[in-house]
Design a protein around this ligand. Structure first.
Ligand code: BGC
Length: 747
């Protein structure tokens, strides 16, 4: 069959930055030609390649595309393969409507950036935007025009494996980062390397009970609006083209079929005008939640505001019948179909369905030297120095021992969600050290231990990646032998890549015991030890913080991790990451977050021990081991006196910061507020601004942080922003636990 419609002159204006009226006319004219079956066809999304991100499905996508049964495909890597499927849609269907082609390009395509949690610790919005743009450049050259990112779920519980995919615990910072990612991916859609963002997982997925993936969520509307919604709202307001609904319940209804969430809040309150896809097989999973059969659930989802069905076959197999039975109207289907077609129009696919399949660009962009350099620079910004007794930076001399299960692995340093990565191109940390130390220092290496003692647990966690299983006793003896010869020991330890990510919750946040025993033995040698902590979540590091001279959280820094670590470890760059999550002292404190509400019985400020009839534990203090906003560097900063000036409802907090050490470095000056009395309980502290500054040794800078009415307001139960006059504590400092305070009265 040859396409008959899309040769029309209407195509003229549908590339690049678009005019709404042209788009409306074009789509109306197209939809007039579409049958009900063709419209329903646009609402289905299936995997088309061999990338696995959910239960395996036996899909024959070529035939389904030809039959007009698919609006989009995903999970397929390779321009040529995608182009062939696009050709079927364009040339073998009656109307030749192109496919939207998705992928989980979460933190890079082949050039991998740090996991999102790490990226957020850079507090560098330009870097975040740039990382998304580089990811889009590579993905778009290989046929992808839609990415399932940014993931902006607020998560307060370190047990949840998907905390690695988000931007930490703060709604304000999370919103800024979500918006930056949207800008980085989408631009204004005018360029061939602008792809569509899909904000996920809407909503509240990060609040799964007990940090167990796919578990129940239940929370008040106040908490939704004030703590969980802001990043989704910010990403919608940044113009995100699509949203993905979440797997969980919201107010007892599935997020995918929740009209209040998808229509009243998302579209009506926030003005979102893109389309909504489900997550993987969500409509089918509604049955397990107890909501009826596939036809019922598909109708519920569609009429609630879901436009595309990922993997459940619900829309495809039931909607026509539901129209006949009257549970779904043709106008419901028209609305969803229009939204999907609009996305394709915005992407310029009607003008040129092969816009994203460019062999030359694919060759030039993929894992290019320029992209790698950006990834290396950004990775170095995400490492958080937690402790330094003066060991760091290391000198490139003498004998350096590199020990640990993460030291010689090629496919674990990128972390979770790198479905398009090609680890054969990446280097191991050991190889990075070899290059950095060549001709200057001698490198000694030993694996030292397994990731964990339990082989089955290790295999389960690795999910296709591998770290060689070794005999623990023998490996430890080898490590101790080289440690004895070394001047300094660098430990590459922690979690392997798939200890975090989807379906990777952990109940224990400690370094696995086999690694801990090795670490303790290495520290016992008396040699200086540096711990590089690889992690996709906040981990518990009590013993480490007391006994290991230097600790740097390196998360999963991406494909350029080895070079980036060397840049910081050997002092070419100063560490500049600051935590965007609270690091607990014990898993039993979770969920742990700095911006909590007060209780009626708070513990006395500065209390070191348990207090009867106060809100605390007998066996662990309430505070974090390392608080939100915390991070050291190779210099020190002095904060002058905080001044807050202003009138009406506009104030400025001003402080002069001086680099009092001997190295240039970044500091993140953080502004928090506390609404002292209000009609609803307000958090003890909320981040409302920050500035990232770079100071040479001895240099000072006066930082002015604006505070406007919106920073002093909160959302009421209906989602309206409310300002109440009264006293506000204004706090500024280097992290959430170390601030100066000035109280102002606002009329
Ligand atoms: C995940 C999503 C992802 C989707 C498609 C799901 O299992 O929850 O985050 O975008 O699969 O791969």
């Amino acid at each position: 069959m040859k396409k008959t419609f899309l040769t029309s002159a209407m195509l003229c204006a549908c590339m690049g930055a678009f005019a709404q009226s042209d788009m409306d006319t074009f789509i109306s004219q197209l939809m007039v030609k579409m049958t009900l079956k063709e419209k329903i066809g646009q609402l289905n999304l299936l995997p088309a390649g061999d990338i696995t991100t959910g239960a395996a499905l036996d899909t024959q996508v070529g035939g389904m595309i030809a039959a007009g049964d698919l609006g989009g495909i995903f999970n397929i890597k390779g321009r040529e393969k995608i182009e062939a499927l696009q050709r079927i849609a364009v040339e073998n269907t009656r109307l030749g409507i192109p496919l939207i082609v998705g992928m989980d390009v979460i933190h890079g395509y082949e050039t991998i950036f740090p996991i999102p949690l790490a990226l957020s610790c850079s507090w560098d919005l330009d870097a975040v935007e740039q990382s998304a743009h580089v990811a889009a450049k590579e993905a778009s050259a290989a046929g992808i025009n839609w990415t399932y990112s940014p993931m902006v779920d607020i998560c307060l519980d370190a047990r949840w494996g998907r905390i690695s995919e988000g931007n930490g615990e703060d709604p304000y910072l999370g919103g800024l980062i979500g918006a930056a990612m949207v800008r980085g991916y989408q631009g204004d859609y005018s360029q061939p390397d602008n792809i569509m963002a899909c904000v996920k997982h809407y909503a509240l997925y990060g609040a799964v009970e007990a940090g167990r993936d796919y578990n129940t969520v239940d929370m008040s509307h106040l908490r939704m609006y004030n703590q969980y919604f802001p990043p989704y709202k910010a990403a919608a307001e940044a113009g995100a083209g699509s949203f993905m609904s979440s797997f969980n319940l919201v107010d007892g209804q599935h997020a995918t079929a929740n009209r209040w969430l998808l229509t009243d809040v998302l579209r009506e309150q926030w003005g979102f005008d893109g389309f909504v896809t489900t997550d993987y097989a969500s409509i089918a999973e509604m049955k397990q939640h107890g909501f009826g059969d596939l036809a019922h659930n598909s109708a519920l989802a569609l009429t609630a505001g879901t436009d595309m069905d990922m993997c459940a076959y619900g829309f495809l197999s039931t909607l026509e019948q539901s129209v006949n039975e009257g549970t779904v109207s043709v106008s419901d289907i028209d609305l969803a179909c229009r939204r999907v077609l609009e996305a394709k129009y915005k992407l310029g696919l009607f003008q040129d369905p092969y816009k994203y399949c460019d062999a030359k660009r694919e060759k030039a962009e993929m894992y290019s030297a320029a992209n790698r350099q950006v990834a290396r620079d950004i990775a170095a910004e995400t490492f958080v120095l937690l402790k330094n007794d003066g060991v760091l930076p290391l000198q490139k001399k003498g004998k350096i021992a590199l020990i640990g299960p993460l030291a010689n692995t090629r496919d674990n340093l990128t972390g979770t969600w790198c479905v398009a990565q090609d680890p054969t191109k990446y280097r191991t940390l050991k190889e990075g050290f070899e290059t950095a130390l060549k001709g200057k220092a001698q490198l000694l290496y030993a694996q030292g231990s397994n990731i964990c003692r339990d082989a089955e647990q290790q295999a389960a966690a690795e999910f296709g990646k591998t770290i060689a299983r070794v005999d623990d006793a023998k490996a430890k003896a080898e490590a101790l032998a080289i440690a004895q010869q070394a001047d300094v020991i660098v430990c590459a330890m922690g979690e392997c890549a798939d200890y975090s990510g989807e379906s990777s919750s952990r109940a224990d946040l400690n370094l696995p015991d086999v690694q801990m025993e090795l670490l303790q033995a290495l520290v016992a040698t008396g040699k200086p030890v540096v711990l590089l902590n690889f992690a996709g979540r906040p981990t518990v590091m009590n013993w480490e913080s007391e006994h290991v001279p230097a600790i740097m959280n390196v998360w999963f820094g991406g494909s350029e991790t080895p070079d980036a670590i060397c840049d910081v470890l050997f002092g070419e760059k100063s560490p500049c990451g600051r935590l965007t999550v609270s690091m607990p002292q014990h898993v039993g404190q979770e969920p742990l977050y700095y911006n909590h509400l007060n209780t009626g019985r708070p513990v006395a400020e500065g209390a070191q021990h348990y207090q009867k009839y106060a809100s605390n534990y007998i066996d662990v203090r309430n505070d974090a081991l390392y608080p939100f906003g915390y991070g050291l560097t190779y210099t020190t900063f002095d904060y002058g006196q905080l001044a807050v000036e202003g009138n009406g409802r506009n104030y400025t907090a001003t402080v002069t910061v001086t680099n009092t050490g001997s190295r240039a470095a970044h500091e993140v000056v953080q502004l928090y507020i506390h609404d002292v009395f209000a009609s609803i309980a307000r958090p003890v502290k909320e981040l409302k601004g920050f500035e990232r500054i770079y100071l040479e040794p001895g240099q000072s800078k006066t930082v002015s942080l604006p505070i406007d009415q919106s920073a002093l307001s909160y959302y009421n139960i209906n989602g309206e922003l409310v300002f109440e006059p009264g006293d506000f504590d204004i706090m500024v400092g280097p992290n959430s636990a170390n601030v100066q305070k000035v109280t102002i009265s606002v009329k």
